[in-house]
Design a protein around this ligand. Structure first.
Ligand SMILES: [Zn+2]
Ligand SMILES: [Zn+2]
Length: 754
């Protein structure tokens, strides 16, 4: 299950490049492990980001153009972006999707799935419409779900305001939202607060607006906050909503959907900030502002625009979530989480849910909510499932309403984008078009995604699979690496700190970028530094040069196995076998970074620094060392290089394929390294490993000695080894002499220049 990138930003930054490439590496790895990988690419062109992109690019707003015109523009613009992404980013990064399986979240098929989900959940009783206070973004002018709200820390002022009581006495109320005075509908004190016992039952007069409101008691009043007297306005925060419902208080609407004041006399039309200033000024004039203190507070804000959210009463559609908290925690437990600790984050989110999922959005571009309302009796009219997808604003119900009326009002809203994305396993596996294919692939094997959308994408997908099928959507979920800028901040177009993938591809070749991806650890944050790409460049050059050397010596290799393998050959094959085992295991658990580090270490040190140097004598001097000894080296070289290439193939697909094609393709009789079999352990010889380890330890010491003496590595030396080494190194002595250009004897370890 590939995460659909937004086809709206115009560019994908390097964080996206890493993210998607990480998952692509897994697909390549599984393919080489003989899995039949279903790998459908997709684009998310649904919802607010597309609308905002179009509004900004074309300098229009959804209010200045007709709904259908606007939707056409969104489709056109996102199509252009998708094509550019497909070529300039995903194909350029060497991604191996099956493009015939491409889907988009606003495509007809996806719309049908989202609408079918809606109708099915209404049938099951898990989807309902209610006119309630909902979370609202005044910038985007739409309802939001709890998952779209993020904490915003800010400094505000807490204002102590004098209220008159009917009997002429005065009380002081502390509030951070004086702009809501016109919507004040009640005042609360704590039932045990001795200071205010005699207030309960009395009425207070709201300053500037003069409405009389009752003073009541509630145990949830925080006696320590401000003066311990709280005013309730409809609605300043979630507590207001709670008490408003509990105490059945009247509703006084004071905000428009654009966040301007209404029903507030001379303050009408002001935005929240302006109204707050003016109201405070006027309170000051009336000597009602007793004090103002700074207050650090955390408020909810829209995750896309950071505007603090408001609460507005509007009719909206909801999916039940609060009822299923226990089941949703149970379901997630059945899924394997990589890394495991992210399950905790999911559980915390589920436990803290306070709202059912609001799925209707007051926007244009999205999947239409397939509903009409009877003009006469207000009944909800649903389409037939066979008619889906439908747009109620341009289509009519097929039948009259039961009341006899044939006049209908279409629902103008669209679904929350997650309404569709939560069905991505169903869309990707063609739930409605190819039920057989869906049955075969559901639950899917893997959901790779980013950790910042656990509470949305992961959560909603698990929710939908449970509500529709009582199933988990996938067996594994892997949280990819999250790229930050060099200062550790999230990359974002609006912050100006994003590094674009297309720019990076101009500067570095794709395998070098992919090598960098291959070193990242799943589930962790990674600050981006361009210098980290240098490691990949070096690796690539070394791989190319080492392969050139090896293949030169394999030209006359007769593809046969020697009767006996030399000790050092057994040693490198053993090292390789260990590497294959560990790397395979790590890759199966999505630990690409750890695997790459092991391969890198093996390649540079065991293979290039040591093995290639050790066998040179046998390769160049078969007359001296014997044909069998050369054949043993060739056999080993053939397999070590081939397997190293295969281990790196998912990460650096181009250079490994190039080397493979230049030699191995014909010998192995496989068209491409990418459909060849993933390496298996070849041989594990513990004794040879011990000998080889001691061998390279001596090589290291001698190299150090020669470096310190400032002589060439080819300089002849006299080497005396410990007597214990005599038996151990017996079978590798010829290689040792040749590698070190040494005359060897045994006694106590000593190196001398001759
Ligand atoms: Zn917003
Ligand atoms: Zn009716």
């Amino acid at each position: 299950m590939f995460p659909p990138p937004y086809a709206s930003a115009g560019h994908l930054h390097v964080g996206h490049a890493l993210h998607y490439t990480q998952f692509e590496i897994i697909a390549r790895f599984r393919r080489m492990n003989n899995f039949n990988v279903y790998f459908a690419p997709c684009f998310d062109n649904n919802g607010l980001p597309t609308e905002k992109y179009v509004e900004e690019k074309l300098k229009i707003t959804k209010n200045t153009i007709s709904r259908s015109e606007f939707r056409k523009l969104c489709l056109k613009e996102s199509k252009e972006v998708e094509e550019a992404y497909a070529d300039r980013v995903f194909r350029a990064l060497g991604h191996s999707y099956d493009w015939s399986l491409l889907y988009t979240t606003i495509g007809q098929k996806a719309q049908k799935v989202a609408q079918m989900s809606f109708l099915d959940l209404i049938e099951k009783g898990d989807c309902y419409r209610a006119e309630e206070p909902t979370i609202w973004c005044t910038y985007h002018q739409t309802a939001l779900a709890q998952a779209e709200v993020q904490d915003l820390k800010r400094t505000t002022k807490i204002n102590e305001i004098l209220f008159d009581l009917e009997d002429g006495k005065k009380i002081t109320i502390a509030t951070t939202r004086p702009e809501f005075l016109s919507a004040c509908v009640g005042i609360f004190v704590h039932p045990d607060d001795k200071r205010y016992k005699n207030l309960v039952g009395k009425k207070a007069i709201v300053p500037l607006f003069n409405q009389k409101v009752p003073i009541m008691k509630d145990e949830k009043v925080d006696r320590e906050f401000g003066t311990g007297i709280v005013m309730i306005c409809t609605f300043g925060d979630t507590t207001d909503i709670e008490w408003w419902k509990k105490h059945k208080l009247p509703l006084k609407v004071c905000l428009t959907e654009q966040g301007k004041l209404r029903n507030a006399g001379k303050y009408n039309g002001l935005n929240i900030e302006e109204a707050r200033e003016e109201i405070l000024q006027d309170l000051k004039k009336e000597n009602r502002l007793k004090s103002q203190l700074d207050l650090e507070q955390t408020v909810g804000s829209c995750w896309r625009c950071s505007t603090p959210v408001e609460f507005i009463v509007t009719p909206q559609w909801f999916i039940k979530t609060l009822k299923y908290k226990k089941q949703l925690i149970e379901q997630a437990k059945k899924i394997k989480w990589y890394p495991e600790f992210y399950l905790v984050r999911y559980n915390d989110w589920v436990k803290n849910l306070a709202w059912d999922w609001c799925i209707s959005r007051q926007r244009f571009f999205g999947v239409p909510i397939p509903v009409w309302y009877c003009k006469k009796c207000k009944k909800i009219i649903l389409p037939d499932k066979k008619e889906l997808p439908i747009d109620p604003t341009s289509q009519q119900p097929k039948k009259k309403c039961k009341c006899g009326s044939s006049e209908f009002i279409p629902d103008q809203d669209v679904f929350d984008t997650w309404m569709t994305s939560s069905m991505s396993p169903q869309i990707a596996t063609r739930w409605l078009e190819k039920p057989q294919s869906f049955k075969k692939m559901f639950p899917m094997s893997l959901r790779p995604q980013a950790h910042d959308i656990i509470r949305t994408w992961a959560f909603y997908t698990i929710l939908k699979s449970y509500l529709h099928f009582k199933q988990i959507p996938w067996k594994d979920i892997a949280l990819g690496t999250f790229v930050l800028d060099s200062k550790g901040r999230g990359m974002h177009k609006s912050k100006g700190n994003a590094i674009w993938t297309e720019d990076l591809l101009e500067k570095f070749n794709v395998d070098v970028i992919r090598y960098w991806v291959g070193t990242a650890t799943f589930g962790e944050d990674l600050p981006f530094q361009e210098k980290d790409l240098v490691t990949g460049t070096k690796f690539q050059t070394k791989l190319w040069n080492a392969s050139k050397f090896a293949l030169m010596h394999l030209e006359n290799y007769p593809l046969e196995k020697p009767k006996k393998l030399e000790e050092i050959d057994l040693w490198i094959l053993t090292k390789l076998s260990h590497l294959i085992k560990k790397s395979t295991d790590l890759m199966m658990h999505y630990k690409i970074g750890d695997s790459t580090k092991l391969i890198d270490n093996f390649f540079w040190h065991d293979f290039c620094d040591n093995y290639l140097e050790i066998i040179k004598d046998r390769l160049y001097n078969p007359d001296k060392r014997g044909k069998e000894a050369k054949l043993s080296a060739q056999y080993t070289l053939y397999h070590v290089l081939l397997n190293t290439l295969k281990l790196m193939a998912p990460i650096m697909p181009h250079i490994t394929e190039e080397i493979y094609q230049s030699y191995y393709a014909k010998k192995e009789n496989k068209k491409s390294i990418h459909i060849s079999a993933w390496p298996k352990e070849i041989i594990v010889d513990k004794n040879a490993e011990k000998i080889g380890d001691r061998f390279v330890e001596i090589v290291k010491q001698v190299r150090k000695f020669k470096a310190e003496k400032n002589v060439s590595l080819k300089k002849e030396i006299k080497l005396t080894l410990d007597i214990e080494d005599k038996l151990l190194l017996k079978t590798a002595l010829e290689d040792l002499k040749a590698t070190l250009h040494a005359e060897i004897s045994f006694n106590r370890f000593k190196i001398e220049l001759t």
